[in-house]
Design a protein around this ligand. Structure first.
Ligand code: SAM
Length: 359
């Protein structure tokens, strides 16, 4: 490989692979964790398993979906397993399977088992819930303890409009079946001024009563879907928070070192948490601890970024696990940007779709 990594570690030095006594790279034991040059440790990998989705949410996807990649261009399950192992050896302790709709990926249950066997500490799946009636149980048996489920409205009519045809009853059936076997369920609500901002208190009441966490997310300007949606119906999390505070006293929850970008609150008497994610109104990049892997093996350093780096080529080109780890460490160190640029040019949408990146 054409990359030289130094072996000293320091604030401005790129970490290199440590070597064992025999002088060979001992990946699992001694590879330094993944860092970027802004002092952030990268401990969270979001894996988009497929760009297929059975819904077409307004803010996520164009009406006709996005062009699908050829099968040969996707990571095969064993290739993905190798990459999961490499990322785990690089110190990644939180993995999320997303999409598209990850429950449409035929080998999801086995990938969950693979991540469990690796010892991933926090493993979660993001889903629209459509197939949870069939898959919640097998996923729980494979070791899944956490899901995030998109639920933007409790009105069947609004839900259908936002998702372009989704059936609320079916999603709720999946949600309640999942509650019987998966202990941590978080509802994701993308805020839409004209569709669900007025429903925020009702969504919070539902989550707290039923024992779910809930988080509100500002619409990000990704793809045509993102820009159209943002221009027409962007609402800040502050507006949602203000509505919740009219009926609930929010108690701030302490942040853990490896927490994501959400600000979290509890409500006395309830177990569930309320979170706010504000990519637009309050930049959250200083605490970014994540990178993304697409279904075609592209490593994306930042949401809204157009490029990233291909890992499929090196993987199929004969790189060993150690060489892959070295390559990934080098690329993340040099190329993960300090922050996203959503706010730099208002009205401009990044030319990527969330349904490919995985949110
Ligand atoms: N199909 C799954 C689902 O519905 O959750 C997983 C994929 S979806 C891309 C993952 C998350 O991204 C969802 O919570 C969704 O609401 C969020 N999302 C999609 N487009 C977004 C956008 N433009 N802005 C903010 N969040 C978005």
């Amino acid at each position: 490989m054409g990359y030289v990594c130094c072996t000293r570690r320091g604030a401005a030095l790129e970490p290199g692979i440590a070597h064992n006594k025999a002088g060979t790279a001992d990946l699992a034991q001694s590879a330094p964790d993944l860092h970027d040059r802004f002092g952030r440790r990268i401990s969270y990998l979001r894996v988009s398993l497929t760009e297929h989705c059975n819904l077409r949410c307004q803010y996520c996807s164009p009406e006709d979906g996005t062009p699908l990649f050829a099968r040969k261009d996707h990571l095969a399950p064993d290739e993905l397993d190798r990459l999961l192992g490499v990322f785990h050896a690089l110190g990644v302790r939180h993995m999320r399977f997303t999409g598209g709709e990850p429950l449409l990926y035929p080998w999801l249950v086995d990938r969950v088992a693979r991540a469990r066997d690796l010892g991933v500490e926090k493993l979660s799946v993001s889903t629209n819930g459509y197939l949870l009636d069939r898959l919640a149980q097998p996923l729980a048996q494979a070791g899944l303890r956490r899901i995030n489920m998109s639920l933007d409205s409790l009105s069947a009519e609004r839900f259908s409009r936002i998702t372009r045809g989704g059936d609320l009853r079916r999603v709720l059936r999946g949600l309640f079946l999942a509650r019987d076997c998966i202990p941590h369920i978080k509802l994701n609500v993308v805020l839409l001024k004209d569709e669900n901002l007025d429903e925020v208190p009702e969504l919070v009441g539902f989550a707290l009563r039923e024992g779910f966490d809930i988080q509100f997310i500002e619409t990000m300007p990704l793809g045509i879907a993102g820009s159209v949606s943002r221009a027409q119906s962007y609402a800040s999390v502050a507006e949602a928070e203000e509505r919740i505070r009219r009926s609930h006293a929010l108690e701030a929850r302490p942040r853990a070192a490896d927490d994501g970008p959400a600000r979290r609150f509890g409500v006395a008497g309830y177990a569930g948490e309320i979170g706010f994610i504000s990519p637009i109104s309050q930049n959250f990049c200083a605490g970014c601890n994540r990178v993304r892997l697409t279904s075609t093996g592209r490593l994306v350093y930042c949401l809204g970024q157009e490029d990233g780096v291909d890992l499929l080529g090196p993987l199929r080109g004969g790189f060993t696990d150690e060489a892959l780890a070295d390559f990934i460490r080098h690329k993340v160190w040099h190329e993960k940007p300090e922050r996203h640029t959503f706010n730099d040019e208002p009205g401009r949408a990044a030319p990527v779709y969330m349904m490919r990146l995985g949110g």
